[in-house]
Design a binder for this molecule. Sequence first.
Ligand code: PLP
Length: 428
Amino acid sequence: PARADITYFGAGPAALPTDVLEAAAQALIDYKDTGLGIAEHSHRSALAETIINEAKADLASYLDIPAGDYETVVMQGGGTGEFSASVYNLVGAWVARQHAAIVKELGGEGAADEAAVVAALRARVETGLKLDYLVTGSWSLKAYQEAVRLLGPEYVNLAADSRTINDGQFGKIPDPSTWKLSKDAAMVYYCDNETVDGVEFPEFPAVLAPGADGTGPLVVADMSSNILSRRIPVANYALLFFGAQKNLGSTGVAVAIIRKTLLPPAISQPSPALMRKLGLPIPPIVLQYEIIAKNNSLYNTLSIFDVYIAGLVLKKLLQTYPDKVDGQQAVADKKAKLIYAALDAHPDVYRVVPDKTARSRMNICFRVTKNGNVDEAEKAFLKEATSQNLIGLKGHRSVGGIRASNYNSIPVAGAEKLARFIEAFAKA
Ligand code: PLP
């Protein structure tokens, strides 16, 4: 089929707007009449720097990132790399805070005995270091498992687990009153939109919001599959990250937005020697936010081509929506409503997998139960959809079923076409 004829509902990599790809294809051959393509120019060149800085500025504008309070970095380990990076960096920041407090308690810089500081710090790590995870789907589970792998289970607290309230399955978000949050946790981690399970937090969890004094838990969120699709209270987060390959751009880069109080000069990561003495892991240098931030994401060779694509997507969003992310949010909500309405209209044929209270606007997961034989019905659904150029609807291999990934690049007409197909398949 021709590109123009298909609607691609793949979960990531996702479709990119054709005009963005056309501009990127041209830039790959010859960027701005330099005779060299964008993937060939040095990442140290002025034009590469401009591409990074413009993408950062456009992201800040589109999402209303509080000016001056956050640093944005482009990283290369994907969303999965951020699972590890968040652990390393937030543990480091926790240790740095405890270290400063202990030095003060023991008489201040210079007066405090080094061995006594380390002994006190070790004791504090043993009793007080905790990372809280809310596990609401496959991706937060992976992040939790990575924290356990890096640190050991004694430091990682499973603060909530959806499977305990939903017959062993994901699909619901446990009530915040039941979350077992630690005191002074190094971070509270959650995944805002679970791509595999179709579960999205309806809004920022109020229990994690800062109190009247402005302080609150250090909240870390994975927004890989819903970033740029709704307004987020950025100021409530210590760190939020996302891989580019769903709503931002092409596969190959991930973005982290980090509160500056977690970076120098406010806080520096502890020395490797100190971390070794405490038995805590030392981050690979490419996962250390302060190193990447200090070098404006150019500590090592970055794929400027991928940043360029992300920049084009952001410029297009800013041009399309004068009210920025609010404009895109209205469209995303409308598209999701259309598709869920078509599914809900035929409860004898379709079953939406997640609970109504936690339905994702981005990844719409459902089963086709028509005539009782789910396997056959889903095969028929996929075959028929493909013949109508509705592509990429197969659910994740771990859970099966159907998943319509309704990312920003799906036009309203694409969502309408899918909704019409869902209706027609039910009636056929
Ligand atoms: N987090 C979420 C929510 C995802 O959907 C994905 C990938 O689909 C990841 C993390 C992992 O990203 P990556 O494949 O870039 O490591």
